[in-house]
Design a protein around this ligand. Structure first.
Ligand code: SER
Length: 352
């Protein structure tokens, strides 16, 4: 499947389950002092979760442009070095506003991954929240039992507050979550070391693809958790990671989302992109630089088109830092002598 078909299959699947498809919110957040940029699909629904606004529809699905470069969720320094973090990425999401809860969320995520996308079940691992005494939160045995219907127990793993209790920021909606990870290592490696020990261990071939959050609390300024008026579902699947897994690649940058841009950068710089380059190899810095440029130009293009120009303060300064990082890599490692970004910004539009 192409990236476009993969995105559409997600939206069609949830439309058939009674979800209304809604547009992505802008990447720049102007009306929430706790947030500069949209960092998750749920941001635009925060007021609904908190019970401050009624939901227009009980179930929605969308694909949201997210930027994780500041605050609680910041991936900037990983980008380019590894093959699966981005500054800007698309998050495929389905939501229930006080409607369905854990059972349907889990049933449908499994159905979509294994029946529609036909992912190999042996390569999937799921997690559940192990509880946290200090916070007074119990172990999420309901989620564990729901997964047990489909998944071998050796592939159901407990996770701590850091990985399995999702929070939007220092304050705001939050709740226990259940992640789905995919192991794309070759069979011989999988036989030697179980994927179970590599989940959430920063292994670039055992990566999280989907997070299902069960929204139940509001984190208040004093650090306490207040139960929400209703229980909700917030899911987020990393589109670029899903495409990589479905296209059988070992790097997000090897998919049809990024390859046209990378090949153009490679051609114009007169260098070859080596996806397999390792730290210490001659072409490592060049490969990192090409990934940084391809990633950052998307972030900058969409931030600008959503209303945030680079500037010298606040959100504008963050965009300027991304721009500077990209320009630095471009001159330092790829030998460009002239401004080049405007020639690749056209590609960025085609990727979303
Ligand atoms: N809010 C959760 C996340 O960002 C799931 O959508 O991971």
């Amino acid at each position: 499947m192409t990236a476009t078909q993969i995105r559409q299959a997600f939206l069609d699947f949830f439309a058939a389950k009674g979800h209304t498809i809604v547009p992505s919110a802008p990447i720049v957040v102007k009306d929430d002092p706790t947030l500069m940029f949209t960092n998750a699909g749920m941001n635009q629904f925060k007021a609904i979760f908190l019970g401050e606004e009624p939901a227009k529809f009980p179930r929605v699905a969308d694909t949201q442009r997210c930027l994780r470069v500041s605050g609680k969720h910041n991936d900037l320094e990983e980008v380019g070095i590894d093959t699966y973090h981005h500054t800007m990425f698309e998050m495929l999401g389905n939501w229930s506003f006080g409607d369905y809860f854990k059972k349907e969320a889990i049933d449908w995520s499994w159905e979509l991954l294994t029946k529609v996308y036909k992912l190999d079940k042996d390569r999937l691992y799921v997690t559940y929240f192990e509880g946290d005494e200090k916070e007074g939160l119990a172990k999420d045995t309901e989620t564990y039992n729901l997964w047990k219907q489909y998944v071998d127990e050796a592939h159901i793993l407990p996770g701590n507050k850091k990985d399995n209790f999702w929070e939007m920021g220092e304050t705001g909606p939050c709740g226990p979550c259940s992640e789905i990870h995919f192991d794309s290592r070759p069979d011989n490696e999988r036989k030697e070391v179980s994927g179970a020990v590599l989940v959430n261990a920063d292994h670039d071939q055992v990566i999280e693809i989907w997070n299902n959050v069960f929204m139940q609390f509001n984190r208040l300024k004093d650090g306490s958790l207040q139960p929400l008026p209703a229980q909700h579902v917030d899911t987020g699947m990393g589109f670029e990671r899903l495409v990589r897994v479905l296209q059988g690649k070992t790097s997000n940058y090897d998919t049809d989302v990024f390859q046209p841009m990378i090949q153009f950068i490679a051609e114009k710089s007169g260098k070859k992109y080596n996806s397999a380059a390792k730290p210490g190899d001659n072409d490592w810095s060049e490969a990192v630089a090409m990934r940084v440029m391809a990633d950052h130009i998307r972030a900058i293009s969409f931030a600008i088109s959503d209303g945030q120009l680079p500037s010298n303060n606040k959100a504008g300064y963050v965009i300027r830092r991304i721009l500077r990082r990209a320009v630095r890599y471009q001159y330092q490692y790829l030998g460009f002598k002239e401004p080049f970004f405007k020639s690749i910004s056209a590609f960025a539009g085609g990727t979303v």
